[in-house]
Design a protein around this ligand. Structure first.
Ligand code: URP
Ligand code: ZN
Ligand code: ZN
Ligand code: ZN
Length: 469
């Protein structure tokens, strides 16, 4: 093999979910070929056209963000990151794979939604990408289509207990989709909030003149997240199906997941940086600034954060994704001035997940390996991408991040790369920064310079959940 298609990453600390190794990494034809201890005979023998000095750096698997919404239509507008801008920002933040949600609209086939998402994403992405499917219309035809999509590598389907009239499914529809998942191996993802009850509270709040962004958090009650989480678990048990609860925000919802897992049920949960680092204090910011933090499930009082961190440590929560769904403050969030229910739901974050979780390592919330577990390895396993993605091992894609654990940075709209006019973390100081990013051996970020291109990212069909026997 000529040395020209080989890269060696020398001198770094390789951190995976399982190990920390002082090792050099040999890359051949876009894949990891071997690891060997610094200075070992094996490593000394490697010649390569490209040698990357990783001294003083962590060498990490690229981040796997399994919950993004590029260009999502919502509330009469579209999420402001395209697949081009959003995946570029992801790369800047050390994420090398996203799993976005293709959307079935009511009255249409799953396939139509999937085709639309391919049209948005194909030839546009800077990093590799895959799709889940949002199911908005459970019927006989949809259920049959699910089997076909699983065969093709769309192995997870999101259903909503929230948003009546938009994405909402009733319990019978959810049960039917779960039964199908029990048969065809798909993982059912649930947005667990009691949307019917929430809509009553929304109307009552608006009628009483409570129209500010903070009321978004007040009507979307913790009890209605916990109740929906409990109901989703029971429906999954009845169906004999596995369940993945998305964007868990409340301590009481974590308790429901923990109780289910104590019964050895195949129940999984994710949370997101916004629930770990932000709170209802942000939603209450004056002059409509709170709209920047409107997402569902909503931000919670700060007291909930301890339960989320504990859940991540005890494995009652397995994944941190971003639910990246940006809307500009000007022109988009503003649609809900005077009526919080018209604020498009969602927050930007795809660029900051790896850094915020590294800060959590420094703050003592999680270990360094758990950081890589919840941000890379477990999301890849959960959604059938491992070990191609999520680790650094012979045969894995060479999706590799050189991370400087001592660099200091301040998160800001002035410096981020997401296509949105504010930062949810404006002014937040974090230690640690992505320096260089490889995607299948190609340099996408080279010492803080973007060297990637739209269309480098490949569509990646997935296997089924790797936590199920
Ligand atoms: O507020 C959010 N999370 N927007 C995106 C859609 C969803 O429910 O995940
Ligand atoms: Zn959701
Ligand atoms: Zn989402
Ligand atoms: Zn390329």
């Amino acid at each position: 093999m000529s040395s020209s298609n080989r890269t060696v990453v020398r001198g770094g600390l390789v951190v995976t979910a399982a190990d920390e190794l002082h090792a050099d990494v040999l890359i051949e034809d876009g894949r990891v070929a071997a690891l060997a201890a610094h200075g070992s005979e094996a490593a000394a023998g490697w010649t390569a056209g490209n040698v990357i000095d990783a001294t003083g750096r962590y060498v990490l698997p690229g981040g796997v963000d399994v919950h993004t919404h590029m260009e999502l239509p919502f509330g009469g507008t579209f999420a402001s990151d395209t697949f081009e801008t959003g995946t570029r920002a992801a790369a800047w933040g050390g994420t090398t794979t996203i799993v976005d949600f293709a959307v079935q609209t009511q009255g249409h086939a799953l396939r139509e939604g999937l085709d639309q998402w391919h049209a948005k994403a194909d030839a546009k992405c800077a990093i590799d990408y895959a799709f889940h499917m949002i199911v908005s219309d459970v019927n006989d035809a949809t259920l049959k289509e699910m089997d076909l999509l699983v065969e093709e590598g769309i192995t997870s389907f999101k259903l909503f207990m929230a948003y009546p009239g938009v994405f909402y499914s009733d319990d019978g529809q959810i049960l039917r989709a779960m039964q199908r998942g029990a048969d065809n191996g798909a993982l059912t993802m649930i947005h667990a909030e009691n949307g019917i009850a929430i809509d009553v509270l929304v109307q009552q709040a608006l009628d009483a003149g409570r129209t500010d962004p903070r009321h978004h958090g007040e009507v979307r009650k913790v009890l209605l997240e916990a109740e929906a989480t409990h109901r989703a678990i029971q429906l999954a048990r009845v169906a004999g199906a596995p369940l993945y609860v998305v964007h868990v925000s409340a301590a009481e919802a974590v308790a429901e997941l923990a109780a289910a897992r104590d019964k050895n049920l195949p129940v999984f949960g994710e949370t997101c940086p916004q629930y770990l680092f932000l709170s209802t204090d942000n939603l209450a910011e004056p002059d409509f600034e709170g709209a920047k933090y409107v997402c569902s499930t909503p931000l919670r009082p700060r007291e909930h954060q301890a339960a989320l961190w504990r859940g991540l440590r005890t494995d009652d929560l397995q994944v941190v994704s971003t639910d990246h769904c940006p809307f500009c403050f000007n022109g988009q969030k503003e649609l809900g001035r005077g009526d919080f229910s018209k604020i498009p739901n969602g927050m930007p974050g795809v660029e900051h997940r790896m850094d915020l979780l590294h800060q959590a390592v420094l703050d003592g919330h999680i270990s360094r390996r758990r950081w890589i577990d919840i941000a890379c390895a477990t999301p890849a396993r959960m959604f059938g991408l491992y070990p191609k993605k999520g680790t650094i091992a012979p045969g894995s894609d060479a999706d590799i991040v050189l991370y400087d654990p001592t660099a200091e940075q301040t998160l800001s709209v002035e410096t981020h790369h997401m296509n949105v006019d504010y930062s949810a973390y404006e002014g937040k100081h974090v230690t640690g920064r992505v320096e260089t990013v490889l995607s299948r051996g190609h340099t996408v970020i080279d010492r803080r310079e973007y060297t990637g291109h739209a269309g480098h990212g490949q569509y990646t069909p997935r296997g089924t959940c790797q936590f199920l026997a």
